[in-house]
Design a protein around this ligand. Sequence first.
Ligand code: MG
Length: 394
Amino acid sequence: MSLCINSISAQAELAPYAVTESQSRGRRYEEAAPEFRSQFQRDRDRVIHSSAFRRLEYKTQVFVNHEGDMFRTRLTHSLEVSQIARTVARALKLNEDLTEAICLAHDLGHTPFGHAGQKALNACMKDFGGFEHNHQSLRVVDLLEDRYPEFPGLNLLFETREGLLKHCSLERARGLGDLGRRFLDSTQPSLEAQIANVADEIAYNHHDIDDGVRANLLCLEQLLEFSLFRERYEVALRRDRDADPKRMVHSVIREMLNHFVVDLIRSTQTQLRTVAPRTLGDVRMRSEPIVDFHPHVRSQHLALKRILRRDLYYHEQVMNNANRAASVVTELFKAFFDDPRLLLPERVVPKMANCRFKAQIVADYVAGMTDRFAFAEHRRIYSSDTIRVTNGEC
Ligand code: MG
């Protein structure tokens, strides 16, 4: 592996435990170094130019894409995660380009219809190793993106790929070589990957509240049950009694977001002083992440998640959509699995005799769909006599 030593980066200013080009474990397929960009910028650019990235625009975050133009999608979610994570990475003198690349790629493997889609596809795949969207993001960048003649996927750096694997079963980790090692050893990824992980949670907690309020599924009374919101709201009310209530709610959400980001930076700085890692190796060897909130703020963060789960994610309207979405995903999987000719040219079908292989092809195809394409495929298949005799052999 040869990495560019002349590329543009601000690595001289990085902390000694940040990921740098000189200690990168490189790419799976060797390539000439880019001009005028760091290797990490190249990864970010490849993610942005991928077709999986463009499809994120039409994939649900919480609200199905057609419900309104103002709600977050997987694409805007990924941008918000990236924006938060870059702030944290820069403040901690870590590799901002790597952090950005991880954040923009972290949901590339997400199914249509958000978590309902992921849950349904996981159930369809239960006899074939299950489905997990973090692992699917890795499949997208390692294999499924088909844009470069020299290699499959995007041929990203080890450190970017490592950052995509937030969770991983031990069984799956055993098949991932170096990349799966840390799940078997209970060690940690880079600080840049740790930041991307927490930034994801901060982003969705806050934009889901914002979207929930916009959709009139969350009301002020529910938000006031959350002590941090209540405190900030009362302060804002004292500041301006005549403020527009809706604007004030958005303003408090913004303040809360800032509160969590600032705390994450400060408490991670404290942690870094305590742990005193000298190298990236010191970071990786630890059993617990270094990037974390103060315990009090962590409990606020968890309380916020509980409120969202109770009042938004399990709201009847959201659940109705989720159930409909789960049926679409399940029925699409079943149709393609039972009759691969719906999906592939007839000459390829004999290769699908291996059930596990067939299930993986179908899962890749369904996971890659946007919400509206999934609906259209479902209509195409189920509203006509397209479905042929099912073989039912697997
Ligand atoms: Mg995410």
